[in-house]
Design a protein around this ligand. Structure first.
Ligand SMILES: [Zn+2]
Length: 717
């Protein structure tokens, strides 16, 4: 069975912008092609079965998807209708082996579609995604197939299974149950109806919000109101006006979040308030862009769906296979973060108020003032000029002497560029990774530079997943959106970009050290509240003194970065964390509250519900509103993060705790790296996450290292 099928929404794990938010794709006509000679129909003969980008054409994808789905359905039919009694091998292993063509085409397509799309690929995506959803339903709601899985699950104690096999059987059984396989026929019909309505509402929400966000842009008739913006931003605002047929006016388009980037530069308070208000009310204007009716219905129907499947609320339904497991565990975690965050928010409000007085102004700080005055405090305290640090971060050097160097020190692996492996775009570079004993381990592609046909943000996934059963080794890619230098010029990047490289490579390590028999449990095929743990953990090495000194060298002179500059980078990373953490906690809490509505709850008044949730948060939500308001919280209403937004904070707890373990045990050593590889990075989903983490850390994770890392409690992290 394909990993992509199970985890389609998780397949690409990402960093920037706090989610893999990909926009809807315009429909277009699919190019037809015959299946003959289709490069997806047979395994690639390249090293590591790397995709045949030298042979693949856009027209090959659609027929390969069709053939791949048909082939897998036939395989599944044969398993379900097998007259022999079910065995682990003829049922579970047979499902694991099924869908090879679909797996190959999905994994390659996903990678290229996200990073290098064109109208033909957009059309394939539009056509294929509903077909894949139906394909999945056809498997999970098949009564004969489920009967075999259930028989095995009930007899599991006597099957003499290995630990990994027992886990696989359990995961299959739970996924069938979760999809509704055990329901009566009328309940299955009700579930299908609910699913259809939910998916309509999710699509409606996304499209309405997209239009409302565009509509919500602030139009400014006089340039004077935009004082403080730099010339490039001003020019961009004029261009946005021109593009919207408002020549001679300036337009500030809205970003996804509550806070808007321009708020930090704008000096005119009325403009700031107007921009903030446009953001805050973008989808609450009582017009066609209002999302509140859709939200109220979504929350209600999700609660009903959970009840149909035997859960008290939707959060319980979603969390069953996550590390946190229950809504109560999530609530407890969030509540623990509140006191230190609130105390820091109070200190920050005082700083902001002082900066306002220093500016000769007399008003209480409001959310639209925050970024502007925080920026003044930041400049006064640790003036960090981005232009000063870039010459020390040359991309190739960061990759080889930073990212690869740290991985070599910790895990003993080495890297060699492979210029003979075909790529989908000339910017892509390929490296072969060799294990400590010289054996081949993985292939990794790096696609770092921004392109117009690439999604925003950064992410990692696999072209080929690791599996001993299938005899495959990992083929992995890291994608980002760094500015491309002029031809012949070095790529000088920001420290944020450096962190992104370490982050995505942390996902890559999780994929390349995978050591599983079964593809469903392999590598990064883990829960949402676990998958960002290895990646965020790897970010810590960017500032490790040994690693940093090795890669942060002036691209012309080779000189090390002056210590004063290093200190500024470290300190600036801990600035304004009461705000940063507070807006995340408030959003996570809002998400949990919406998804803990009981099944019989009436449809909610969105504004009243939200106000009550924020009031109960214990945080200063007047000065620090949630990062997303209910009415524009795309993650939870249509991007698969319902009752899941907390996962970003949860994995931060895990990575800071793990790093504190390293610090206490000698830091960057082979022995420590090996232990982390053995106990976490190589484990995939072969065991539950709680015991896996406890085995490494010695106890349950706690929030102290996380608060220390953010500078919210004293002490070295
Ligand atoms: Zn990530």
């Amino acid at each position: 069975m394909t990993r992509t099928l199970w985890l389609r929404t998780l397949a690409a794990t990402c960093l920037t912008g706090w989610a893999c938010l990909s926009g809807a794709t315009p429909p277009a006509h699919a190019a037809g092609a015959s299946a003959a000679g289709n490069p997806f129909l047979t395994a690639s003969t390249l090293p590591f079965q790397a995709p045949r980008f030298d042979l693949i054409h856009d027209g090959d994808y659609r027929p390969a998807f069709e053939q791949g789905m048909a082939q897998q359905l036939a395989e599944i039919r044969a398993i379900a209708d097998n007259p022999a009694p079910p065995t682990f091998d003829n049922t579970i292993v047979a499902m694991e082996r099924s869908g090879r063509v679909l797996d190959r085409v999905s994994e390659t397509f996903d990678g290229v579609y996200q990073a290098n799309t064109d109208p033909a690929l957009d059309a394939v995506q539009t056509a294929v995604s509903p077909e894949l959803a139906q394909h999945q339903d056809a498997i999970y709601l098949d009564p004969a197939l489920f009967a075999r899985v259930r028989t095995l699950y009930e007899a599991r104690a006597g099957l003499h299974l290995t630990g990994e096999q027992m886990q696989l059987l359990t995961v299959y059984y739970q996924q069938f149950i979760h999809a509704g396989a055990q329901l009566s026929d009328p309940d299955k019909a009700a579930l299908r109806q609910l699913n259809t309505r939910l998916s309509q509402l999710e699509t409606d929400f996304q499209q309405t919000l997209l239009a409302a966000t565009k509509q919500g842009a602030l139009v400014v008739p006089h340039a004077a109101a935009l004082a403080g913006l730099d010339p490039a931003a001003l020019q961009q605002a004029a261009l946005s006006g021109h593009e919207r047929g408002l020549a001679g006016q300036w337009v500030l388009p809205l970003q996804n979040t509550t806070q808007q980037p321009d708020l930090s530069a704008l000096t005119d308070r009325d403009t700031r308030q107007a921009l903030f208000t446009r953001s805050w009310t973008r989808a609450e204007r009582g017009d066609t862009g209002d999302t509140r009716a859709a939200i109220a219905e979504l929350a209600q129907l999700r609660a009903r769906k959970a009840a149909l499947l035997g859960y008290p609320d939707y959060a319980s339904y979603v969390l069953y296979d996550q590390m946190a497991r229950t809504p109560q565990a999530v609530q407890h975690f969030i509540a623990q973060l509140v006191p230190a965050t609130l105390a820091e928010q109070k200190r920050e409000v005082a700083d902001i108020a002082a900066a306002i007085s220093q500016d000769g102004q007399h008003f209480q700080p409001r959310p639209w003032d925050w970024a502007h005055y925080a920026e003044q405090v930041r400049k006064a305290r640790y003036d960090l000029d981005a232009a000063q640090v870039r010459p020390y971060f040359e991309l190739d050097r960061v990759l080889r002497d930073g990212v690869f160097f740290a991985a070599n020190r910790l895990y003993g692996i080495s890297f060699k560029e492979r210029r003979d492996i075909p790529v989908y775009n000339p910017d892509v570079r390929v490296f072969e990774v060799t294990d400590r004993d010289g054996s081949p381990l993985a292939l990794v592609y790096f696609d770092y530079f921004k392109r117009d046909n690439k999604n925003g943000g950064a992410w990692m996934s696999n072209f080929v997943g690791q599996s001993h059963l299938l005899g495959t080794k990992p083929v992995i890619y890291n994608v980002a959106n760094f500015a491309k230098p002029a031809p012949g010029q070095p790529a000088l990047i920001s420290f944020e970009d450096v962190t992104t490289m370490f982050h995505e490579f942390g996902h890559a390590l999780h994929g390349m050290f995978a050591d599983q028999v079964y593809p469903t449990l392999s590598g990064t095929a883990v829960a949402r509240d676990f998958v960002e743990f290895p990646s965020q953990f790897n970010e810590h090495w960017a500032l490790d003194p040994i690693v940093f000194a090795h890669y942060a060298r002036h691209y012309q002179t080779g000189a090390a970065m002056p210590q004063a500059l290093v200190d500024k980078i470290k300190k600036a990373a801990r600035f304004d964390q009461g705000y940063a953490l507070g807006e995340l906690i408030a959003a996570a809490k809002l998400d949990m509250d919406w998804h803990m509505l009981p099944a019989r709850a009436p449809r909610q008044d969105v504004d009243r519900f939200e106000a009550a949730s924020l009031a109960r948060s214990g945080l200063d939500t007047r000065d620090v509103p949630p990062r997303y308001r209910s009415s524009y919280f795309l993650h939870i209403w249509s991007n698969g993060y319902a009752a899941g937004y907390y996962a970003y904070l949860w994995t931060e707890m895990l990575d800071d705790a793990a790093y504190s373990w390293f610090r206490a045990h000698g830091g960057l050593t082979r022995a420590n790296g090996q232990r982390f590889r053995d106990m976490i990075l190589s484990r995939g989903h072969t065991m539950d996450y709680g015991p896996m983490f406890r085995a490494f850390y010695g106890r349950d994770p706690d929030i102290v290292p996380m608060l220390r890392h953010r500078g919210l409690v004293p002490g070295e992290e």
